[in-house]
Design a protein around this ligand. Structure first.
Ligand SMILES: Nc1nc2c(ncn2[C@@H]2O[C@H](COP(=O)(O)OP(=O)(O)OP(=O)(O)O)[C@@H](O)[C@H]2O)c(=O)[nH]1
Ligand SMILES: [Mg+2]
Length: 433
């Protein structure tokens, strides 16, 4: 089967320089056709070139020919750096469309890298996480995964299971020749595999927030200072603040990061009984945000005694991971009073501590190997299979469960996946990656 040659711009429109990547068997031909110097004669060297259509010069820039298989995709590749204006890029893409190559689909370069064995599926998925990481700790976790940290741990578990499987096969096939009783060693190795999988699952729950951000809802009755706190935490005047209760009508999301952990802060409408239709919708949205929150931050006005509305909110947030704040600390005489922490949006008092506590409550953990929901699911399935293996006594049934667990682990590394799943995963990528 012949492989298509694909091309795509890899940089966003509007920079000074744009990079266009080409991958596939036509690369050497395209290079000779389109460039005024034969860059295939000096592989892996950046050369200054004119990029041409016949005699017409389309642009000038740098070109580099990378012969496969030692490339990102494992195929021959050609990289063209041209001027970043949308017109110059468009001209070159038009020119490329006349060479027999076709535009790449989202993630197709990385998909080829996976299919050509340059990386396993968990590493390929990490590529996109690296690109989209918006906070320092998220980037670290994605890079660890890209560098094979997760793969190593999965492979170690797979080896344990494969050893157990071959011991069972030997015992079943040649019962007279196998000396040691496999049923003695088996539970211990299955337990070890299960423990490691459980550890990965636990890390996964912590790693998820590194990828998706900690969802923090700021809630409270009207006028307690939610919008002021949002503004103070992001250091910008995003939410409208007035002395009138009921100012915020709709939820307002802001992305930020605390100590390298991505955070989605959500300001909400003050919760109270209201006859106003618009306000009531806002209040419903506030409650939805509260339901979704990883951490609920409940503000109580420090300058006032607790009202019935405050009490209701204390009850409403009871089962949640929450922090109770005493707001407007700058107006207070004493440190004592209700709440976990006194803060002031005006002076910044308590805000660093608040950020620290939110991160601590979120469960985000440095060095979490798993950040991907799909991987967590696969691990849970593998754990369930091993759980079942521990409950059956017949060796052939144990073997079936072990194979089942291996199948689920294979979905993470890509050893055991179907084409449809692969397509779905790479469709989430950006074009050019
Ligand atoms: N002195 C002082 N005033 C504050 C502080 N935080 C908020 N305020 C004042 O409290 C009033 C209400 O603040 P907002 O931030 O709009 O309160 P809110 O909880 O968002 O109110 P709603 O949107 O109506 O639910 C404003 O007049 C703010 O200036 C603070 O830390 N110190
Ligand atoms: Mg508000």
């Amino acid at each position: 089967m012949t492989v298509d040659t694909i091309y795509a711009p890899s940089t966003a429109v509007g920079g000074a320089i744009a990079l266009i990547r080409v991958s596939g068997p036509l690369c050497p031909v395209i290079a000779r056709e389109m460039l005024d110097r034969d860059v295939t004669k000096a592989p892996r060297m950046m050369r200054f070139v004119h990029m041409q259509d016949g005699n017409a010069v389309l642009d000038d820039g740098m070109a580099c020919f990378l012969p496969g298989p030692g490339t990102y995709t494992g195929e021959d590749m050609l990289e063209l750096s041209c001027h970043g204006g949308s017109r110059s890029v468009a001209r070159l893409l038009e020119r490329l469309s006349k060479t027999g190559a076709r535009p790449a689909e989202p993630g197709e370069f990385t998909k080829r890298a996976f299919l050509n064995g340059k990386m396993d599926l968990s590493e390929a998925e990490a590529v996109m996480d690296v690109v989209s990481a918006r906070a320092e700790e998220s980037l670290k976790a994605a890079l660890d995964q890209l560098h094979g940290k997760l793969k190593e741990r999965i492979v170690a578990v797979e080896e344990l299971l494969l050893d157990s499987l071959s011991a069972i096969d030997a015992a079943v096939d040649y019962p007279d020749e196998v000396e040691e009783d496999v049923s003695l060693a088996l539970p211990e190795s299955l337990n070890r595999a299960k423990r490691e999988i459980d550890a990965l699952i636990a890390e996964g729950r912590q790693g998820r927030v590194l990828r998706e951000g900690v969802y923090v809802a700021l809630v409270g009755r009207p006028n307690v200072g939610k919008s002021s706190l949002l503004n103070a935490l992001i250091g910008a005047d995003r939410a409208i603040v007035t002395e009138l209760p009921g100012t915020t009508r709709d939820t307002l999301d802001e992305e930020t990061a605390f100590f390298g952990v991505p955070v989605r802060l959500v300001d909400t409408a003050g919760i109270r009984d209201s006859k106003d239709v618009v306000e009531q919708i806002g209040i419903d949205r506030a409650k939805t945000a509260l339901d979704r929150a990883d951490v609920a931050v409940l503000l109580l006005d420090g300058t006032q005694t607790l009202t019935e509305e405050d009490e209701q909110l204390l009850t409403l947030t009871e089962g949640k991971t929450r922090l109770i704040l005493r707001s407007k600390g700058d107006l207070l005489q004493t440190e004592d009073g209700f709440g976990d922490l006194t803060i002031s949006a005006k002076t910044g008092e308590g805000l660093e501590e608040l950020k620290r506590r939110i991160v601590a409550l979120s469960g985000a953990r440095e060095g979490a190997a798993i950040t991907n929901e799909r991987h967590i699911k696969a691990l849970e399935n593998a754990a369930a299979a091993l759980q079942h293996a521990g409950q059956v006594s017949e060796l052939t049934l144990v073997a079936t469960d072990i194979r089942d667990a291996l199948h689920h682990l294979g979905a993470i590394t890509g050893r055991d996946v179907d084409g449809e799943l692969i397509d779905r995963i790479f469709a989430r990528f950006c074009v050019g990656k």
